[in-house]
Design a protein around this ligand. Structure first.
Ligand SMILES: CC(C)(COP(=O)(O)OP(=O)(O)OC[C@H]1O[C@@H](n2cnc3c(N)ncnc32)[C@H](O)[C@@H]1OP(=O)(O)O)[C@@H](O)C(=O)NCCC(=O)NCCS
Length: 323
């Protein structure tokens, strides 16, 4: 049985850091309010002219270097992003071209903050069916470009960044002892569109628009839906929170992360947290956190890593990976 094994992981954050204190000079907020409600202390913001494909490319190169693989070995690129460089062509094809790849397929996938989980689930299906041999799954975002910097309820929450993993199809025994992606669960429910959305688009307003959100409502749904999707993983595998070596959740809000971990019986010292330094980088948040914990030696080969996310749509999902 073919498994999608993580061969490498990399990330990139724009140089410029924006602190809460800096934001407090622009809108009516405070470091204390932001830290208490979200756990966020700072976020990175892309430079003028620094696009999603540029930062996604840097993360992809770092992941390939970590894997010790050449770009020519990649025959599938999935870029999860809600902030593409252009309406078309896909950001993925720009990264493909920069990597010098002319074979295989590259496309963008839009599931907002759940994008990386959806991208991983998609690439896993291609690899396990034999339709592709090696994939780059990239989460890359420049949310700073779709924020209303006058709206204190949203502009303090998000940041820019990119992360990537290299997946390779390898034979496994078909058990939970295999390395690679073991389970994926993805869901969506479009009835919740108005809770979290961008008020523009090529096909409607002909503008890009700004992010709008009913924060309290999103918070309420997030904890319930995230716990629910992980319970599917647990019931399918017979595992529980105590079996998870590393929980790498979407990094939207420290309170959502803690509440979800508590609901799932995962102790806080097994949770990878980056939201304090990155803010919510949407589809990039999980691969950024994976890359950090992989680089600093927390995540070791053979360990069980659980990822989950929820985003606009709503979309939500989870995946279990043996590293
Ligand atoms: C956004 C969020 C931090 C707000 O926290 P909250 O405890 O729900 O706060 P509320 O929205 O009830 O707002 C409380 C008050 O703080 C105010 N407020 C909002 N943003 C503020 C800010 N940046 N600074 C200071 N005050 C702020 C509100 O105006 C409100 O004031 P009011 O009571 O006078 O009307 C929280 O709802 C949240 O994290 N939601 C999920 C968001 C998310 O993760 N989205 C992405 C999912 S992928």
């Amino acid at each position: 049985m073919l498994r999608s094994v993580v061969r490498g992981c990399g990330s990139y954050l724009p140089e410029r850091i924006v602190t809460n204190a800096e934001l407090a000079q622009r809108v009516d907020t405070s470091d204390e309010w932001i830290v208490q409600r979200t756990g966020i202390h700072q976020r990175h913001v892309a430079a003028e002219g620094e696009t999603t494909s540029m930062i996604g490319l840097k993360a992809a190169r770092a992941a390939l270097a970590d894997a010790g693989m050449d770009a020519s070995e990649i025959d599938l690129i999935v870029v999860a992003t809600a902030t593409p460089d252009h309406t078309f062509p896909a950001t993925a094809t720009q990264i493909q071209a920069e990597l010098g790849i002319t074979e295989g397929a590259a496309f963008d996938l839009q599931a907002v903050c759940s994008g990386f989980v959806f991208g991983l689930a998609t690439a896993d299906k291609f690899l396990r069916s034999g339709a592709a041999r090696a994939a780059l799954v990239i989460g890359a975002e420049t949310f700073s470009r779709i924020l209303d910097w006058e709206d204190r309820a949203t502009c303090v929450l998000f940041g820019d960044g990119a992360g990537a993993v290299v997946l390779k199809a390898e034979e496994g025994g078909g058990t939970l002892a295999d390395r690679g992606v073991l389970t994926t669960h993805i869901r969506s429910d479009g009835r919740f569109k108005n809770k979290l959305y961008v008020d523009g688009g090529a096909g409607s307003t002909k503008t890009v628009g700004f992010l709008r959100m009913e924060g309290k409502e999103v918070f309420r749904h997030a904890v319930v839906k995230l716990a629910e999707t992980v319970q599917h993983t647990f019931s399918e595998t017979g595992l529980s929170g105590r079996d998870i070596d590393w929980f790498v959740p979407h990094q939207a809000n420290r309170r959502i992360i803690d509440a979800t971990a508590d609901k799932l019986g995962i102790s806080h010292d097994r949770v990878v947290v980056t939201v304090d330094r990155h803010g919510n980088t949407s589809a990039a948040s999980i691969p950024l956190a994976l890359a950090e914990a992989h680089r600093d030696g927390r995540i070791q080969p053979g360990q069980l890593v659980l990822i989950e996310a929820m985003g606009g749509g709503f979309t939500w999902g989870s995946a279990l990976i043996r590293w």
